[in-house]
Design a protein around this ligand. Structure first.
Ligand code: EPS
Length: 406
């Protein structure tokens, strides 16, 4: 059974609830382990007023006893402080769908007679629950030396020129530098320009999108599979990251840039190190080949559209009157790209934890550890070849059984 999680909760309801199922027993876990990423998700230039109200943390209410996971479902609760402001409020009718949001599509799908029902569940508030669940996944990955980091590479057309690298320490450095500025960009000079660009957009009553990069380091070769579409790791990563609110595009490594190049300029040569390890001299594949990890950093990039709520209203139609009108402003972020980084990390960490559990099996950490240590490496000694002629061995449908049936 795969690792899975469910989230529940409205943006302005009393709480978000997460159940993470499939974690092995014996993982040390406390609420303190989850708080840092939840705080990181709250920070970033261009955020809206809500983050001044919330002080996110996750309360563990099941699946962890005496500081260790039990193997049972882990239940987490994140309280919405803003709920207090909504609890006794008379809610105004919401009949004017905002372009870009789920207001209209949600009403078409579910037949809502008030559009707030779309907003409440579609809101990126839900990402707090994802980050909480992934905090547990990151803790598991950490035991096996796998780290998931991220940073922003573009906001509103302002790009950080980050050179290609295969050096894990460089990715760690980028992520650490990015945490030091409000836009989570590894280049401090570009970070200043991104900040200015966001300020400009706010003054123009507009919003901005951008691109962030998530990098997983220390991922062993051999996670995922080439044998079936729903087991391919790249597909799973793209689906998971693409499910984040406002994400409209995902690539593994520099996929869109690669698509304009010749094959010999794209694929990563395989090189044998002196000790027999089979390595790559570049990582343009972004860490996967055939839907399986290569052992190189796994690189996932995501394109985030500008936040759909704009102070300058876009044309829309009032569903109550049927008349053309303008969208009504609801408090929102102006640029959520810096805040999306821990959310992207969360989805990548979840997929990798799932793939690791799938590979190692086992119900407890104690069972997983020796299996991890015995994993087949991308190493000449671990890949003995038969090196002799052989036959496919299928029956011949034309001359044998198939002919008799026809
Ligand atoms: C968010 C909470 C939301 C939004 C934001 C993300 O709270 P509120 O609607 O009360 O302001 O600020 O969501 C969006 C920008 C969006 O488009 O969904 C949060 O907790 O991250």
């Amino acid at each position: 059974m795969p690792l899975r999680f469910l989230t529940a909760g409205e943006s302005h309801g009393p709480q978000l609830t997460v159940i993470l199922e499939g974690m092995p027993a014996g993982l040390p876990l406390s609420e303190d382990d989850l708080v840092e990423d939840m705080r990181r998700r709250q920070k970033g230039y261009g955020r809206g007023g809500r983050m001044q109200i919330e002080k996110d943390g996750a309360h563990i209410t099941a699946g962890v006893m005496n500081g260790l996971t039990t193997g049972g479902p882990i239940a987490l609760t994140i309280y919405n402080r803003d709920w207090r402001n909504w609890r006794d409020k008379a809610i105004d009718p919401f009949t004017v769908p905002r372009p870009g949001h789920a207001d209209l599509t949600g009403a078409v799908k579910y037949g809502y007679t008030d559009l707030r029902l779309s907003l409440e569940r579609a809101s990126a508030r839900e990402t707090a629950a994802r980050v909480a669940a992934a905090g547990v996944c990151k803790k598991l990955l950490d035991i096996f030396g796998i780290r998931v980091v991220g940073y922003v590479t573009m906001i509103g057309g302002v790009r950080a020129g980050l050179p290609e690298t295969i050096d894990p320490a460089e990715y760690e450095r980028r992520a650490a530098t990015a945490e030091e500025n409000e836009v989570r960009c590894p280049d401090p000079q570009i970070a200043g320009k991104m900040r200015a660009r966001i300020k400009e957009a706010i003054q123009a009553k507009d919003t901005l999108g951008g691109v962030f990069e998530i990098v997983a380091l220390g991922v062993p070769a051999g996670l995922g599979s080439h044998v079936h579409y729903d087991r391919k790791l790249d597909g799973r990563l793209m689906g998971a990251v693409g499910s984040i609110q406002s994400i409209k595009g995902v690539e593994i490594g520099p996929a869109f840039a690669n698509s304009a190049k010749q094959g010999t300029h794209v694929h990563d040569p395989i090189v044998r190190d002196t000790d027999g390890a089979l390595n790559r001299s570049s990582n343009r594949a972004g860490g996967t080949e055939g839907g399986i990890t290569t052992g190189m950093p796994v690189i996932v990039r995501a394109a985030m559209k500008p936040i759909s709520t704009t102070l300058n209203p876009l044309p829309t139609v009032d569903l109550a009157t049927g008349d053309p009108t303008e969208a009504i402003y609801e408090r929102s972020d102006y640029c959520a790209v810096p805040r999306a980084v821990p959310v992207g990390e969360a989805m990548v960490a979840f997929v990798l934890a799932d793939a690791l559990l799938e590979k190692l099996g086992g119900d407890s950490l104690a069972e997983m550890q020796p299996r991890f240590d015995a994993l087949r490496r991308s190493h000449i000694d671990d890949l003995p070849q038969a090196n002799e002629a052989w036959q496919f061995g299928f029956t011949d449908w034309e001359n044998d059984a198939g002919k008799q049936q026809s």
